[in-house]
Design a protein around this ligand. Structure first.
Ligand SMILES: NC(=O)c1ccc[n+]([C@@H]2O[C@H](COP(=O)([O-])OP(=O)(O)OC[C@H]3O[C@@H](n4cnc5c(N)ncnc54)[C@H](OP(=O)(O)O)[C@@H]3O)[C@@H](O)[C@H]2O)c1
Length: 236
């Protein structure tokens, strides 16, 4: 069974719907926080594809919610052996105007939420000797460049990549792979209003969902600790 965080909308929604089309995926748990109606619509679409689904509410800033979400998904649908940590809050603000509460929110939302969900899911995956974890970066996560407008976000995503590779190495040989997908400019995502971008550089949510579908498949059994950039060469 798969669980996709932040799947009431955006990239998470596209991934949940794409995984529901995979014959190897028996069901998909849809996680949401405020958009219950939208989450139930995703559940309905998944069920209409003949797959099991359920909507689960959780505030992923809180560790106990992460643990309870994994428990609930397990009770309703069966062991979660595919975990897609899509949720990852963004902040664009000059670095010297960013307060410690914002640093903490971005770190907790991007790194600790993924860590807590991963820790809760790992025992079930290891028991079944098969598991897939996908975390989310962004297209420049490995560039180690200066990003004064998005510093807490860039730092948190770099930390998440380090976590991804560390757990991938720790779990090598266990049947569990841990990878990162790093989107660029995605339609309906963070493209600033009115910004002109050369045709071909803006990706679709389905491009990102396809990358996730590959990484959870058995075709990607040998891929772990990887960072798969889906950015159409945007700012390479
Ligand atoms: N979109 C892009 O263009 C882009 C580009 C580069 C990287 N990324 C990365 O890709 C991932 C997905 O991005 P996204 O823009 O599609 O989604 P996002 O803004 O990170 O997440 C949206 C989802 O998160 C849920 N959510 C919001 N606050 C929450 C909370 N406190 N606890 C739990 N869930 C909460 C929302 O649920 P409700 O709607 O129910 O509140 C919604 O389902 C992120 O990790 C992001 O950093 C995105």
């Amino acid at each position: 069974m798969a669980l996709v965080t932040g799947s009431s909308r955006g990239l998470g929604r596209a991934i949940a719907l794409r995984l529901a089309e995979d014959p190897a995926v028996a069901g998909v748990a849809v996680h949401y926080r405020s958009e219950r109606k939208a989450a139930l619509e995703v559940v309905h679409l998944i069920r209409s594809r003949g797959k099991r689904s359920t909507a689960i509410w959780a505030d992923l800033y809180q560790e106990k919610h992460c643990l309870r979400m994994l428990d609930t998904a397990g009770m309703r649908l069966g062991t979660v052996n595919i975990l897609v940590n899509t949720f990852g809050p963004f902040l664009m603000k000059p670095w010297n105007e960013t307060g410690s509460a914002e640093w903490q929110r971005i770190y907790r939302g991007n790194v600790l939420s993924a860590l807590h969900c991963l820790r809760a899911a790992l025992p079930g995956m290891k028991a079944g000797r098969w598991g897939r974890v996908i975390n989310f970066g962004y297209h420049r996560v490995e560039q180690w460049a200066a990003f004064p407008g998005i510093l807490p976000y860039a730092a948190a995503k770099a930390a998440l990549l380090l976590l991804t590779r560390t757990v991938a190495a720790a779990e090598a040989g266990s049947g569990v792979t841990v990878n990162m997908v790093s989107p660029g400019l995605i339609r309906g995502g963070r493209l600033p209003e009115g910004k002109k971008v050369r045709a071909g550089l803006v990706g679709e949510p389905s491009d990102v969902a396809e990358a996730a579908a590959y990484l959870v498949s058995d075709r990607a059994a040998g891929v772990t600790g990887a960072n798969l950039i889906v950015a159409g060469a945007w700012k390479m």
